[in-house]
Design a protein around this ligand. Structure first.
Ligand SMILES: Nc1ncnc2c1ncn2[C@@H]1O[C@H](COP(=O)(O)OP(=O)(O)O)[C@@H](O)[C@H]1O
Ligand SMILES: [Mg+2]
Length: 372
């Protein structure tokens, strides 16, 4: 078990700086997920921790020891890749035992380690098989088992579930949680899937274009995204963004005039806002409501489509105030004629507000976890 500390880390390929200003503290035993769109630098950062990529500048500490120049095999880590990288000609047993044999462990030690890992992963009845006789999920378990036998102080996983079908991904996700509960070892897990990040992590690190956008618990990121990027990345379907202008500020928050008409109060700390300032209102699909168009001066939108998901539906509507279609989570019984005009509003406490540079204003919500 070990803590991982990253100070002012950067990565260059020739003149191209692909990661910069990376500062991160991972506590001993924590489950940390790196999440972000493809190409943002998740694998590069993980591979620098693993010792598979040079560190261009900054420091990497594992268990308090500087690791920049320590070879991968001596860092006390084990890594599992998306492609399982099993030896096809070896049985599962030998695949899992291989690293320990190379390390010169005794037959008895190896047997104990392999049996232990196989039991944890429910593959103890398959140890005589070769990889080709296994399903994708079973192969991934062997790759994880091989990592467990090494008893690392930090596990590194790079998109380990991306090659599996949706149902199996959900099942394996739960097993990763259980594995962490059982082993209590520090785990760093890379994914582009925000649902995997939300369900697995103690702490999520959101990356974009080689930088850290925000670090926090799943709840902190959901309720207090630091900027528009994180707000749009965490949550599914993604947050609605609505163009607006500040027309009033008070202790209650910011009063907004929405582009194309309608007003909305957002319960944020409005003290730094200027009257007339252009801002972006953010509301999640689960927090927008349909209201009578006649009652209040509210945002109006044209209904375009309804997606029925059984228990509830997603309603799509077009508005002058939003670049993309607005999405509302609504009751499964809602019926609307195509093209009809609906009024849309949100509780002030459910609103997020972003300045033109993308930064979020602090929200006034006492009951939710405080921002990191
Ligand atoms: N060996 C390399 N040489 C040059 N550029 C690279 C190399 N490996 C990765 N990159 C670049 O670094 C950036 C981050 O890549 P990567 O870490 O693989 O992203 P992710 O895992 O988040 O999809 C990308 O812009 C990618 O093109
Ligand atoms: Mg990657």
């Amino acid at each position: 078990m070990a803590a991982v500390t990253i100070n002012n880390l950067s990565k260059r390929y020739d003149d191209n700086e692909v990661m910069r200003d990376i500062n991160l503290d991972i506590e001993d035993g924590e489950f940390v997920v790196f999440v972000g769109p493809s190409g943002c630098g998740k694998s590069t950062l993980l591979r620098m921790i693993a010792g598979l990529e040079d560190i261009s500048a900054g420091d990497l500490l594992i268990g308090g020891r500087r690791m920049n120049e320590v070879p991968a095999a001596k860092r006390g880590i084990a890594m599992v890749f998306q492609s399982y990288a099993l030896y096809p000609h070896m049985t599962l047993y030998d695949n899992m035992a291989f690293g320990l044999k190379i390390a010169g462990k005794s037959k008895q030690e190896i047997d104990q380690a392999v049996q232990h890992a196989a039991r944890i992963l429910h593959i103890d009845h398959l140890l005589d098989r070769k990889p080709r006789a296994l399903s994708g999920g079973q192969r991934q378990r062997v790759a994880i088992g091989r990592a467990i036998t090494r008893q690392p102080s930090v596990f590194l996983f790079d998109e380990p579930l991306s090659n599996l079908d949706a149902a199996l991904r959900v099942k394996m996700r739960l097993e990763f949680s259980k594995l962490h509960d059982d082993l209590k070892t520090t785990m760093i897990y890379v994914t582009h899937d925000q649902i995997e990040a939300m369900t697995l992590a103690d702490k999520i690190v959101v990356l974009s274009a080689g930088r850290i956008e925000q670090v926090g618990s799943p709840q902190q990121l959901y309720h207090h995204p630091a900027n528009r990027f994180v707000a749009g990345f965490i949550g599914s379907p993604k947050m609605n963004f609505i163009d607006a202008k500040v027309v009033g500020t008070s202790a209650a928050g910011a009063l907004l005039e929405l582009t194309g008409g309608g007003v909305q109060l957002a319960a944020v700390d409005a003290s730094s806002l200027q009257l007339g300032e252009q801002v972006t209102l953010g509301v999640r699909p689960e927090h927008l409501r349909i209201v009578d168009t006649n009652t209040t001066p509210t945002l109006q939108a044209r209904f375009t489509a309804l997606e029925l998901l059984g228990d509830f539906s997603y309603l799509y509507a077009g508005s002058e105030a939003a670049e993309e279609a607005l999405i509302l989570r609504v009751s499964d019984s809602l019926q609307l004629a195509s093209g009809s005009i609906i009024g849309i509003t949100a509780d002030p406490e459910r609103c997020h507000l972003f300045r033109s540079d993308g930064s979020a204003l602090p929200r006034q919500i006492a009951t939710l976890p405080v921002a990191a």
